[in-house]
Design a protein around this ligand. Structure first.
Ligand SMILES: NC(=O)c1ccc[n+]([C@@H]2O[C@H](COP(=O)([O-])OP(=O)(O)OC[C@H]3O[C@@H](n4cnc5c(N)ncnc54)[C@H](O)[C@@H]3O)[C@@H](O)[C@H]2O)c1
Length: 253
């Protein structure tokens, strides 16, 4: 993945979990990375780690559901690094709530971050990529996305948002292909991150989860990161509009 050297990437939700893993590995591949999340301090810690290892990075506080902050994030990235080649739309929230008790606010908050946020970031970045006539966008969806994926009780808002991400990905792939911008999604299964902490800490939930995963373990963030790097590099130059499942075989069952 030599071609990633010197490229410029924005990773949202990168203070921890999978986003942090994507940012660190992109930087290791020689990509200049904007590390973005809701906490400036925690983004800076990731940036410090990248710089200590000899990489280039910039910390930017950005709530992806806030258009003004999203536009500023893209503007500051272009000011610092001159362009944007890669967007990893990764920021997300996942809070279990029964459908009958779900409030309008809970629904809106999840959709605003997980779906509207992806739209805002993709549009702001694509406007830069269109000028360059090149770019790669990776949207993090989930196996919980309906249609070819799963539904999951307690996650009406989350699964609706991730189904939306998969649909958004395919449509953006069509609209941005004339500008040589590829848009793909990844649908992770159960990955060992802070978001999935309750799966890990409750032995009963862990047992139930592992029982339906053929590889019989949770995935590691780096296993999703490997797919991110593939999708943003020239190694995947003929892939656009795809949703790649990284789930230990969960959806095969
Ligand atoms: N962990 C899993 O099992 C799993 C499975 C499928 C999909 N995913 C998806 O992967 C992505 C990364 O999740 P993770 O597992 O690393 O969880 P995580 O909670 O560790 O990371 C999510 C990050 O998003 C950030 N974030 C939340 N709201 C934000 C906002 N408004 N603006 C900017 N950043 C915000 C959080 O601060 C956090 O750093 C998410 O989109 C999630 O839905 C996770």
């Amino acid at each position: 993945m030599e071609d990633l050297k010197g490229k410029v990437a924005i990773v949202t939700g990168a203070r921890r979990g999978m986003g942090k893993s994507h940012a660190l590995k992109l930087a290791k591949a020689g990509t200049k990375v904007t590390v973005s999340d809701i906490s400036q301090e925690e983004c800076q810690v990731v940036v410090d780690e990248i710089q200590k290892a000899g990489g280039e990075a910039l910390a930017i506080k950005c709530d992806v559901s806030n258009k003004k902050e999203v536009d500023q994030m893209v503007q500051k990235t272009v000011e610092k690094f001159g362009r944007v080649d890669i967007l990893v739309n990764n920021a997300g929230i996942c809070q279990f709530k029964s459908f009958l008790e779900m409030t309008e606010e809970e629904w809106d908050r999840t959709l605003n971050i997980n779906l509207r946020g992806y739209f805002l970031c993709a549009q702001a970045v694509a406007k830069e990529m269109v000028k360059q006539k090149s770019g790669a966008i990776v949207n993090i969806a989930s196996v919980v996305m309906g249609q070819m994926g799963k539904g999951m009780a307690g996650l009406a808002h989350y699964s609706a948002s991730k189904g939306g991400v998969a649909a958004l990905t395919k449509t953006l792939a069509l609209e941005l292909a004339p500008y040589n911008i590829r848009v793909n999604a990844i649908a992770p299964g159960a990955i060992d991150t802070p978001m999935a902490a309750s799966t890990k800490t409750d032995p009963k939930i862990l047992e139930q989860t592992l029982a339906i995963i053929p590889l019989h373990r949770m995935g590691e963030a780096r296993e999703v990161t490997n797919t991110v790097l593939f999708l943003v590099s020239n190694a995947s130059s003929y892939i656009t509009g795809s949703v790649i499942v990284v789930d230990g075989g969960w959806l095969a069952g």
